[in-house]
Design a protein around this ligand. Structure first.
Ligand SMILES: Cc1ncc(COP(=O)(O)O)c(C=O)c1O
Length: 372
């Protein structure tokens, strides 16, 4: 089933006979595994003792987890006003230790696609790997051109792309706990295999980070892909892109608001006139839950299947107008919401308290109160 999940994903993302893959537990595992493969490739094939990877500031922090865990040097590239990676910066910072570049196809903050064809050209010119993080966007953007939406090419059809991740547990509609990581050439996958022949438990060979894994999740992912099929995925994508068009129209109907980026389905917006988090508070009071962003402050509405139901966009347009009025005369100068990833727009603690407050929150999530 895993082999078939990989083959179906490679087919959707234009892989060829030289494409191999892994099924992982999610986007984060796919990204850290890709980063480890590039570190090992740099060491084993290019003899670079301290491999270095260049990634845009908008790339998902799971890459940084890999840099932290696997002690990989990193250079963070800025983005331009459209939130896409600054190619001149990338070109100027490639050095003798650089082993790979990262680009995203559907960034988490703004849903934009980095200039993957240009990154591919740079990668080929310098003999580097190029990972495309399609965790969020892979399974939805795959249908956009078929549906008549123009976008930057991002998948394995682009020369120079050597790996791509796409999460079956996002727009593949599988249960949480599954993602696919594709490598081209497939030998790259071997860079992170672990082989220990002298272990008393037997010669050990493991293809990735997981040990024992859930056959239930793998079979549910396989079943999800087969039951939707390409036509099912395409038809949901059509509804999602149409809904996004309507949400975008609602946003631009307010001169106080401005779009950030040019996403087809993950609509980010901010404001030069209002505190956008007051707009978020107004929306929250009416039952909407946006994600808060920073640098620049903004919100995003990442459209998913439930949002495509009749009436949702009309309700949003009505409530957004109310939220803009609320933000024009907020009851308190300081908004309740802020930019905290994964916290549903919860308030962001002041910078000096952020590290402790975040660690306290993580502790609290994992502890019950005193037992009485
Ligand atoms: C672009 C992108 N990459 C990676 C991830 C990480 O995925 P996961 O939460 O499945 O680990 C996300 C999560 O939203 C994402 O948006």
């Amino acid at each position: 089933m895993e082999a078939e999940i990989i083959a179906m994903t490679a087919d959707i993302l234009h892989g060829d006979e030289n494409t191999g893959g892994l099924v992982t537990s999610g986007g984060t595992e796919s990204l850290v595994t890709a980063m480890l493969a590039y570190r090992e490739w740099g060491r084993n094939t290019r003899g670079i003792a301290r491999p270095q990877i260049i990634m845009p500031v908008t790339a998902h922090p799971a890459h940084s987890k890999a840099f932290h865990w696997f002690d990989i040097d990193t250079i963070i590239a800025p983005v331009d006003e459209n939130q896409k990676v600054d190619l001149d910066f990338v070109r100027a910072h490639i050095g003798p230790n650089t082993v790979a570049l990262v680009g995203t196809a559907g960034t988490y903050p703004h849903g934009v696609i980095d200039p993957i064809p240009e990154l591919g050209r740079i990668a080929l010119e310098h003999g580097l790997g190029l990972h495309v993080d399609g965790c969020l966007g892979g399974f939805i953007l795959a249908w956009a051109s078929d549906l008549g939406y123009d976008h930057t090419p991002f998948d394995l059809s682009v020369p120079g792309v050597t790996s791509i991740s796409a999460d079956t547990h996002k727009y593949g509609y599988a249960l949480k706990g599954s993602s696919v990581l594709l490598f081209r050439p497939k030998e790259l996958r071997r860079e992170q295999y672990l082989l220990i022949d002298g272990w008393p438990g037997g010669a050990y060979a493991s293809p990735g980070m997981g040990g024992s894994r859930s056959g239930g999740l793998i079979s549910a992912t396989w079943a999800s892909m087969l039951s939707f099929g390409k036509s099912g995925y395409r038809s949901i994508a059509k509804d999602i892109f149409r809904t996004a068009d309507e949400i975008r129209a609602a946003v631009v109907s307010h001169p106080e608001l401005k779009l950030v980026g040019d996403s087809l389905w993950n609509i980010a917006f901010g404001s030069d006139e209002l505190d956008i988090f007051h707009v978020n508070d107004g929306l929250a009071d009416l039952g909407w839950r946006m994600n808060g962003l920073q640098l620049p402050p903004a919100l995003h509405f990442c459209i998913t299947r439930p949002n495509t139901q009749p009436g949702v966009t009309a309700d949003f347009a009505r409530d957004l107008a109310r939220a803009v009025s609320y933000a024009q005369n907020p009851p308190n100068p300081r908004p309740r919401s802020g930019a905290m990833y994964g916290a549903g727009g919860a308030a962001r603690p002041p910078r000096e308290q952020l590290a402790k407050a975040s660690a306290d929150r993580l502790d609290a999530i994992h502890e019950v109160g005193p037992l009485t």
